[in-house]
Every structure is written in C-alpha cells, then in structure tokens.
Design a protein around this ligand. Structure first.
Ligand code: FAD
Ligand code: UDP
Length: 398
C-alpha cells in the first residue's frame, strides 16, 4: 500500500510539474530566470534556490529533464525519449551532489558492434581482435604488439580518422568507425576533430565495458524522478511550454541561458551546425530482444547507428521489451554540437558576444557548444552556481 501511495504521489507531483503553468505566475518575483530544464539549468536552479534566491526556470518543451527525460511508454516500460542516457563519472563531487536527489542502481554499459565477424565487443578490445583476425593473443602485451603491427603512423593526429588509424590501422577504422561516423555526423571522419573518436579508446585487455569511470550507475527511479526531486523547492517555479523570449524582458536580476547560443543572438553570424536524431521507439512482445543494452551498426547500408534495449539499463522486469533505433540527420532538434575547426571558429564569434552580454550566463551543451556528457554538464553547472553566488566579485550576478 505504501508503495502504491508513493507511486500515486509521484504521479501527482509529476503532473504538477508537467502541467503548463498559467502566465499569471508571478514571473517578476524571480531573482534569476533559468532557461532550459535539462541538467545545466536544473542544477543551477537548485543551487541558487537552496542559497535563498527565487528562481523561475522555463523550458520550451512540455517536460523537465532536457534530453535526459525518461517516461513509461504505453506498455509501461521505462524508456529514454531522447535516446539512451548512461550515467558515468570520475567525479565524487558530481556523484555526491546528484545522490541528494536519487538512489542508484549499479550498471555497467556494454556494447556490441555488428560487423562481418559477427557481434563483437566495442570499444575494440582483445576479444574483438581475436574474433576479427582469428589470432590467439594470450596476454595484453601480445595484443599491444599486435595492434602496433596494424597501426598506421600519422604525422599530426588532428582528425577523428587520424586518431583511429594511428591506434588500430585502416582496416579496423573502416570496419568500425568510418561508416558509423559518416552516418552519425553526416561528414567524413577526416572532417571532424580527433576528440570525437577519442571518446571510444582501444583496449588490449578483455574488459568489454563501454566506460571505465569509477562511478557507473543509473538513477534507481529514472532521470525524470531525479529532476522532480531537484526542482521540488519552495524557491523554484517551473514554467513549461515556454520559450525564453515569450517572457517579459528585464524583470530578472540575472538570466542563465542553456539553449543554443546562436539562437540567442538571432544566428547573426549564421547557424552553428548541430546534429539531430530521429528516435525510432518500438515495443516488442518478447522478454529480451538483444544480448546487451546497445548494438552498434557501423555499416553504411544500415540506416541507423545503434539500437538500445532499455530494460538492460533500468533493470526493469517486464514480459515485453522496448527498444530505440537512432537515425541521424541535419535538421530537427539540436542534439550534438559538431566538433570541427570551422565550427569552433564560428562558435568563438558567438562566445565573444556571450562574454559581452551583461546579466546573462551561458551554460550547458548548447549554451557553450560543447560535446559534454551529463556529469560534465553537472560539473560545469555546479562551478557556475558557485561563481554566481560568490561574495561580490566581478562574476557576481545573483
Ligand atoms: P539539454 O538536456 O539539451 O537541455 C536544454 C533544455 O533547454 C532543453 O530541454 C530545451 O528544450 C531547452 N531550451 C532550449 N532553448 C530554449 C529556449 N529558448 N527557451 C526555453 N527552453 C529552451 N550523456 C551521458 O553522460 N551519458 C550518455 O549516455 C549520454 N547519451 C546521450 C545520448 C543522446 C542521443 C544525446 C543527444 C545525448 C547524450 N548524452 C549523454 C549527453 C546529455 O544528453 C547531455 O550532456 C545533457 O543532457 C546536457 O544537458 P543540458 O542541460 O546542457 O542540455
Ligand atoms: N564511433 C564509431 N563507431 C562506433 C562507436 C562510436 O565510429 O561503434 C564514433 C562516432 O563518430 C561517434 C563517436 O565515436 O559519434 C563517439 O561515440 P559515442 O558512443 O561516445 O557517442 P555518443 O554516445 O555520444 O553518441
């Protein structure tokens, strides 16, 4: 009974947070307007509210949580509407902070890639090398020596292609990275920063975890519940379905803006490129669809990049299962800033405007045009909140 009461209350609270708030809300009473209720905005809102500031947080979507938003689908399976979100961090501070708002479920992410040799571990590890090359590598040292025979030297490792080719050679690059990256980013890896493929390092061990961070876990009751707990504060008003420029100007001592920085400035230097995605969600009448949470499809003929089965991430028991395939495209909601030299140059011009804009702080993956994971965004937001609250320095705003 207690559990169902808690669930019912949870649902009522959730509805309260998701219901569009009437425009009669006393918006003028806030010390700070926070634009965007994803990790960047929600963390700053919570920190400022806990320090006694009145905060109005708005989001143009009909829900909180930004891209980390999760929900139960029609079959009752917890899914991530905007693609799989796996929490991992080396930061004790970030984990400690988020732990105030959620309990955790231990979870280590594993990914297989569908290639001609079958389903093999990704990132490339000793097992992958054995399966693709049919070699018997008995130790890490042997795997390392074998990789050296494959690696192609590159004078300066600049691009996403260079990074992979110097580590594992051209054959594995073409098998695992070239097609996937072209599909995901719409350009050849030679046109992207090395930082893109450096996210997926090569291993000489049999360790088949996708991440090696010290802390790897999922919010026990999902991300949306975490956000609800974070924003459940007397000093915070949440206004959904609202763009920042729908609001009267000049009513707040300060604004923290976590939307796309080029949008804020009317794209006056031209649009910053973002990559968008289509999430194809499907529920299947089987208990499990695939052996691990995510299968990557590096071949260009397959139109999607990866397929994720949520029950592996959440640990939910259900006789059916829900999956999500991701197809990348240029147009649509901005999900990924595109790391390249040209885009960095363009961003610098917007950044100069942002630095000169008084009374506004730009934050988050879109506000600072950086390909950041959730923990990095939380870290950035915690540091920003500290600056905003610091006793009178130049940075003081709120
Ligand atoms: P967002 O979550 O994008 O939030 C910004 C919010 O601002 C949005 O809700 C938007 O609606 C709102 N907004 C924008 N403009 C306006 C405006 N003008 N007015 C009002 N509201 C506005 N990270 C991980 O650590 N692990 C993962 O496994 C992982 N997987 C990912 C998978 C995918 C497919 C994607 C796209 C990202 C993934 N990430 C992952 C990254 C993670 O989503 C981000 O680090 C994090 O969500 C960024 O938070 P944010 O607040 O900066 O931005
Ligand atoms: N990548 C790839 N093949 C893979 C996995 C990743 O080519 O099987 C490249 C691709 O360019 C991708 C990048 O490495 O965008 C980073 O991968 P990650 O899994 O970190 O992407 P994210 O989860 O951020 O979408």
């Amino acid at each position: 009974i207690q559990r169902s009461m808690r669930e019912l209350l949870g649902r009522v609270e959730r509805r309260a947070l998701q219901a569009p708030v009437a425009m009669t809300t006393p918006v003028a009473m806030a010390d700070c307007l926070v634009v965007g209720a994803g990790f960047a905005g929600a963390v700053v809102a919570e920190r400022l509210a806990s320090a006694g500031r009145k905060v109005l947080i708005v989001d143009r979507r009909s829900h909180i949580g930004g891209n980390a938003f999760d929900e139960h689908d029609a079959a009752g399976i917890l899914i991530h509407r905007y693609g799989p979100h796996i929490f991992h961090t080396n930061s004790d501070e970030v984990l400690g902070y988020l732990s105030r708002f959620t309990a955790w479920r231990p979870y280590e992410h594993r990914v297989l890639a569908q290639v001609t040799a079958g389903l093999v571990p990704m990132p490339i590890n000793r097992t992958t090398l054995r399966r693709v090359y049919g070699v018997d590598l008995r130790s890490e040292a042997e795997a390392e020596a074998f990789l050296k025979t494959l690696a192609e030297p590159v004078d300066r490792v600049v691009s996403a292609e260079d990074f992979v080719v110097t580590s594992v050679g051209r054959r594995l690059y073409e098998m695992f990275f070239r097609g996937y990256t072209r599909k995901q980013w719409g350009v050849d890896p030679s046109q992207l920063d090395r930082s893109v493929t450096a996210r997926v390092p090569t291993r000489t061990s049999d360790d088949d975890r996708y991440f090696l961070d010290r802390h790897q876990c999922m919010p026990r009751h999902g991300y949306t519940r975490l956000f609800e707990n974070m924003l459940d504060h007397d000093n915070i008003t949440v206004l959904l379905g609202t763009q920042h420029n729908d609001l009267p100007k000049g009513r707040y001592a300060h604004m923290v803006y976590t939307g796309p920085v080029d949008d804020y400035f009317g794209r006056r230097f031209g649009p910053l490129p973002y990559r968008s995605l289509v999430f194809e969600h499907e529920t299947l009448p089987v208990e499990f669809h695939q052996p691990v949470a995510t299968i990557n499809y590096p071949v260009e003929d397959t139109p999607y990049t990866r397929c994720t089965e949520f029950k592996h991430l959440t640990g939910q028991q259900h006789r059916w299962t829900s999956i999500c395939r991701e197809r990348s495209r240029a147009d649509g909601d901005p999900y990924y800033p595109v790391p390249s030299a040209a885009n960095r140059e363009l961003f610098r011009r917007y950044e100069a405007l942002a630095d000169a804009e008084t009374g506004v702080t730009f934050l988050g993956r879109l506000g600072t045009y950086r390909y950041m994971n959730m923990d990095q965004v939380v870290g950035q937001a915690l540091a920003t909140a500290r600056k905003l609250l610091a006793p009178r320095t130049e940075a003081v705003a709120v």
